[in-house]
Design a protein around this ligand. Sequence first.
Ligand code: ADP
Ligand code: ZN
Length: 616
Amino acid sequence: MSTLTLARAADGTSGTPLDVLRTVFGYDAFRGQQAEVIDTVVAGGDALVLMPTGGGKSLCYQVPALVRPGTGVVVSPLIALMQDQVDALAALGVRAAFLNSSQQMDQRREVEAAYLAGELDLLYLAPERLNVPETVRLLQRGRISLFAIDEAHCVSSWGHDFRPDYLALAMLHDLWPDVPRIALTATATAATAAEIVSRLRLDEAAQFVASFDRPNIEYRIVPKDNPRAQLLTLLRTEHPGDAGIVYCLSRRSVEQTAELLQKEGIPALPYHAGLDAGLRQQNQSRFLREPGLVMVATIAFGMGIDKPDVRFVAHLDLPKSVEGYYQETGRAGRDGAPATAWLAYGLADVVSQRKFIDSSDGDAAHRRRLSAHLDAMLALCETVECRRVQLLAYFGQQAEPCGNCDTCTRPPQTWDGTVPAQKLLSAVWRLADRRQRYGAGHVVDILLGQQTERVVQLGHTDLTVFGIGTELDAGEWRSVVRQLLAQQLLGVADGYGTLMLTPGSTAVLKGERPVMLRREAPKAARSSASRRRSSSSAAAVALDGPAEAVFERLRAWRAATAKETGVPPYVVFHDSVLRQIASSAPTSLDALGAVSGVGANKLGKWGDAILEVVAG
Ligand code: ADP
Ligand code: ZN
């Protein structure tokens, strides 16, 4: 446990929110709605906070916990990250601890004693601990300043991160009616917010909804061609040496991709639920601590990861929902510097996800919901409008075309695909007439008049649709198939990707419904806007020669200090803070303390060492 360095009044509180922000965290001013949220909670009111990743949610409960008497109890599902969170707070001089299943009995006893003695500012708990009566009794014997329910969307049973233990959190309202509760999430749909309110009984809570725009993230969705080669190109040309996350759907694909990257000389680590827990924890910890690692992972990885300098998030498979996509891509660029969200998406993704939904457990309503999620994701992929506008519209927020997504920088064209759609649908219809069924590849072969072995053997050269589609090439036909699937004008019949007609197909075949399609922009040279983002140090304050040298020295000092204390480098200081120190070159502790991000505790602990490093 850290030593207490905060000046505290006799009742255990320490000044106004602004005092705490300045002395403890070293920041000058609150951001966005932080001040209002904090005032609400300090005054004893409940709050629901919807803020994007990197928006500054933690301060919304950390500051009130320091201002109000008692211990702030933080419910968080992120057991694997609690140690880091507590370490980061300790570096600020905040007295924090956690209780979770990873601890030995004696460690737990120590934390419990500290809580009961009123020696904790913040106590992190896994939700399942609150389902244990002893924990509730323990909490009742101490003084609680507030409950913070982090990742509150985990209470949503239809969401992508449902945790049954979250449902029990409704009891906090009954057991501690006078303790303010603050629920926080970066998941933004109105439906999720409503579910959080009702399940956590937050009807009286003030709601704070921030803009969900992440302007520094460049969104790109490209047609899948040879995804691993495309990924390699992305990493080599735009993100050499950068830290990033690559998401894959399956464990197998995680392992293969990680291996491939390693073989190509890119330092990559795998992460999925099938790996041994120790290895998983080790890989996560290395990703947080070592610079320039690429984490190849299933979506089991990432929630709560607050590594600020993740420069890219790449998806090799289609996310199942826009919420998922937004969460996962949101892990890029928390430091505000340029970052890339890249997704490769293809025909097979649509086929496999439709198949997955059809064969999934649950009732028809559940499948309809999954299907609606997928449709929204597909609409985002196939849009000819600004990705950001479409993404934010999904969360009920408005935006202007951003100039920082692929459809803005290289607008795709729309074209009238009615006739090709009719040709394709009639080919599917003719084939469906026969006993066997055929997937996209075969149908496209027929349209192109390819005399493949299979086409010839099956006598499909005799079909009236044979060779009627030579106006498009195979790639273009696959794009037509994909988009018709996305618009549900074409369906998938079985696990083999057999194409079939849908109720929507009829209107197209009868000429009652035109079909507008997206034409991919030619693979042009990359736009200058995205070329600018190619280097990891392109961030924030530009440094001149001497300052750059100071910055490098500070980084070396930080690496050594982080290693010594066993915390990730960004817990010591973010790059942005080091950069400011390098450019302002302080010669006194006062001047150093004025740099944003340098609080009293870090100044006391490391101030002299930093001044020495700056002096050279
Ligand atoms: P979230 O939990 O919403 O993803 P964090 O709480 O981790 O975001 O905050 C993101 C980053 O912004 C952190 O590095 C944090 O220290 C910084 N930050 C938050 N609030 C402020 C502020 N008022 N001034 C300066 N930096 C801030
Ligand atoms: Zn845009």
